[in-house]
Design a protein around this ligand. Structure first.
Ligand code: DX5
Ligand code: ZN
Length: 213
């Protein structure tokens, strides 16, 4: 599956950018929320998310790079979100947070920073619908892919298979036509792509090329 990340879009033409995704073969629309605390950058908040949610016909994949994401479960649900992803490093009581996301009627994803081992999810994997392996340090688009992430993707896949879980594996950061085939081979289900899609001369065509891999 392909989830274009709106972070790399031209915000001056946000409706056109969302319309491009709507008309493309993309599976989800990936939305990156940053608070300037968990990550050293601020992206957009609920007023913008609400406008985008109204425009999008694709399921929303909301990636919260914020501290205490459990404070916003209701607001994220109100957007019509399909998948709400929180960071392992941002949740003191991850088990409770995942329960609350499920109770709100959403799928629950857990993201791992590059320095967090996959083994940290051993005791919680049964409660997770998607493992998001960060393939760059979260906070900015257009960064270089961290090669070690390939091992982490394989480990995440092994953990999921060994526990008979149906969780998906998503990657985010530095996904290109060069890294995507290797990621897919390592066991990825969902590719998040920011600059590769939105900075392409023909974004919808780029989505089609990524889908065909
Ligand atoms: C990074 C964000 C990503 C970002 C990826 O912190 O979570 O979703 O948009 O951008 P690219 O694909 O350009 O690396
Ligand atoms: Zn993201």
């Amino acid at each position: 599956m392909i989830a274009p990340s709106l972070l790399a879009a031209d915000f001056g033409y946000i409706a056109d950018e969302v319309a491009m995704v709507n008309g493309s073969e993309a599976d989800w629309l990936h939305l990156d929320v940053m608070d300037g605390v968990f990550v050293p950058n601020i992206s957009f908040g609920f007023p913008v998310l609400e406008a985008v949610a109204k425009l999008s016909s694709k399921p929303l994949d909301v990636h919260l790079m914020i501290v205490q994401p459990e404070r916003y479960i209701k607001q994220v649900k109100a957007l019509g979100t399909y998948m709400m992803t929180v960071h392992y490093e941002a949740c003191t009581h991850l088990h409770r947070t995942l329960f609350e996301i499920h109770e709100a009627g959403m799928k629950a994803g857990v993201a791992l920073n590059p320095s967090t081992p996959v083994s940290m999810l051993k005791d919680i994997i049964d409660d997770i619908d998607m493992v998001l392996v960060m393939t760059v340090n979260p906070g900015f688009g257009g960064q270089k892919f961290i090669e070690h992430s390939l091992d982490k993707v394989r480990e995440a896949r092994e953990l999921i298979v060994s526990r008979h879980s149906s969780a998906l594996v998503e990657v985010d950061g530095g996904v290109t036509l060069e890294t995507a085939p290797r990621l897919l081979k390592a066991g990825v289900d969902v590719l998040v792509t920011g600059s590769t899609v939105f900075h392409a001369a023909q974004p919808a065509e780029m989505i089609q090329r990524l889908k065909a891999l």
